[in-house]
Ligand binder design. Structure first.
Ligand code: OFO
Length: 200
């Protein structure tokens, strides 16, 4: 919204003899006030990189869900489809935050995830490794916010810090079960895996 500060208004009026030069002075002197609390470019860039990572997470889990489905594991597929939706929600959350803070979110191309997995256990090992990678990149955002004194983003990103604790714990709990079971006899595991999901 266009707002003229009182002292600027006075400056235009003092130097004017008519409406024409008032508007002339307005054009010469007026500079929009910097939007309060706008994202700085470094923070905007790292958040856009995180948009790509969350979008890739969503594609990765979608590919894993599809592989599980065609291999007769409807429960595992359900878990991964839900996880893919959650990652898309994370991506949207970051896009909206960037735009609300006066930045510009850019939706990138996502690299293609794998098509096949040697076993359910190997697949969940990849899930855990990926979540650890995402946690590290969220921590980099936290560190940059501190360095740039962007306490608003620092406060906002804490939601993702907590989310990553939960996501690593969920993947670890699933791997614990798979380590007990081995690669065979997954009927009960497939039936019960949805009960291992935390609250979304
Ligand atoms: Fe599982 O990662 Fe999003 O944040």
């Amino acid at each position: 919204m266009l707002r003229i500060r009182r002292r600027d208004y006075q400056k235009y009026v003092n130097e004017c003899c008519c409406y024409r030069c008032f508007f002339h002075n307005f054009v010469v002197y007026y500079k929009p006030e910097k939007q309060l609390n706008m994202l700085n470019k470094k923070v905007e860039k790292i958040l856009n990189e995180q948009v790509e990572k969350e979008g890739y997470s969503s594609s990765l889990y979608l590919a894993m869900a599809s592989w599980s489905e065609v291999n007769g594991m409807a429960g595992v597929a359900g878990w991964l489809y839900a996880q893919s939706d959650e990652e898309r929600m994370h991506m949207l959350k970051i896009i909206k935050f960037i735009n609300e803070r006066g930045g510009k979110a850019v939706v990138p191309a996502f690299k293609q995830p794998g098509k096949d997995y040697p076993s359910v256990k190997k697949m969940f090992e990849e899930v855990l490794k990926h979540e650890q990678y995402i946690s590290a990149s969220i921590n980099e955002i936290v560190a940059l916010c501190m360095a740039e004194k962007d306490y608003t983003t620092h406060n906002w990103i804490q939601w993702f810090v907590s989310e990553q604790i939960e996501e690593e714990a969920n993947a670890t709990a699933i791997l614990d079960k798979l380590n007990m079971l081995g690669d065979k006899n997954l009927y009960v595991f497939d039936r019960d895996i949805m009960s291992l999901r935390g609250e979304d």
